[in-house]
Design a protein around this ligand. Structure first.
Ligand code: ZEM
Length: 290
């Protein structure tokens, strides 16, 4: 008989990982005066979104499990330009927690970023498995900022979202900025790009948006200062008669938006992940509440 029993490492969803601890480790690396507006939060939200926004309901392909953006060709898809920095930044947390999959780590990083930047609590469930490059979805599943309402609906209905959820999710553009080196576009949507607020909706309604005069791709700037920006797809939300009422509601009621955004972001993170309904749901404490 064997004298020692082999100790197997915990599997990703075995419940042996202390996810609040992993949450805190991610929270610890957010602040960085050498990065953009001083936080990795916005780009972590974009990473979690691009990892999951490839989902196609009809074929049940893509989605937040797999983390296939680690590999070419998905890592080279134009929509993912610049996200390598975010993936690299999270390597230290992966090394400290080898049992946590990349797909769980990226998804959790989005949740941590939203909560630590003052946003709502996002219910989160671990258990995503990583996949090989072969599981990557074809290019073109993420939205193209230069297109219109039909395109937004094509992309987001394909994932299983409705108009209200499209507007709610778009409020994430309160955060971060466009970088000419990544997307060709330039500038932040709000004056507080590291704080989760309903400011994106307020700016959309309150500012006068004019086409930016430059050689770059078509985008808008606020007429008064020229400091803030909107993408063509952002302006669609106030031009389309079914999207606009939600912009108005969220601009007037931040609590309503927090609630809808938390639900929609949770749903986004669950896309394509096999579940049986018995999984434990985590509600993390912000570091300033601990
Ligand atoms: Zn974004 N997004 N996005 N987005 N996004 C950018 C940046 C960020 C679109 C889009 O083309 C772009 C959602 C929806 C949509 C974030 C979160 C979410 C950029 C700039 C572009 C061009 C990238 C760059 O240059 O670095 C389009 C067309 C969307 C369709 C509605 C949804 C949904 C999001 C989350 C829920 C965030 C946080 C950023 C800022 C990233 C950063 O590095 O600052």
């Amino acid at each position: 008989t064997a004298k020692t029993s082999p100790v197997s490492p915990p599997s990703p969803d075995s419940g042996e990982v202390n996810y609040q601890k992993v949450y805190n480790q991610i929270a610890d690396i957010l602040e960085d005066n050498d990065w953009d507006d001083g936080s990795w939060g916005p780009i972590f939200v974009r990473l979690a979104w691009h990892a999951s926004g490839t989902y196609d309901k009809a074929t049940n392909t893509g989605g937040s499990h797999g983390a296939t953006m680690r590999f070419a060709p998905e890592s080279e898809h134009a929509a993912n330009a610049g996200l390598k920095a975010a993936r690299n930044k999270l390597e230290s947390v992966k090394t400290a927690n080898p049992a946590v999959t990349y797909s769980d780590l990226w998804s959790l990083a989005g949740v941590v970023a939203i909560q630590e930047m003052g946003g709502p609590t996002i219910p989160w469930i671990p258990g995503r498995r990583d996949a090989e490059a072969i599981a990557a979805t074809p290019d073109g599943r993420l939205p193209d900022a230069s297109l219109g309402a039909n395109h937004l609906r094509d992309i987001f209905y394909r994932m299983g979202f409705d108009d209200r959820e499209i507007v709610a999710l778009s409020g994430a553009h309160a955060l971060g900025r466009c970088h000419p080196s990544n997307s060709g576009f330039d500038g932040p949507w709000t004056a507080s790009p590291t704080i989760v607020t309903n400011g994106y909706f307020k700016e959309l309604l309150e500012k006068k948006w004019v086409e930016k005069k430059w050689k770059g791709p078509k985008q808008y700037v606020d007429k008064e200062t020229g400091d803030l920006m909107m993408l063509p797809t952002d302006l669609v939300l106030i031009q389309d008669r079914s999207f606009r009422p939600w912009v108005e509601k969220y601009a007037a009621d931040e609590k309503l938006w927090f609630n809808d955004f938390a639900n929609a972001f949770h749903k986004l993170q669950e896309l394509g992940v096999p579940r049986n309904g018995s999984e434990k749901v985590y509600y993390f404490k912000r570091t300033d509440e601990q």
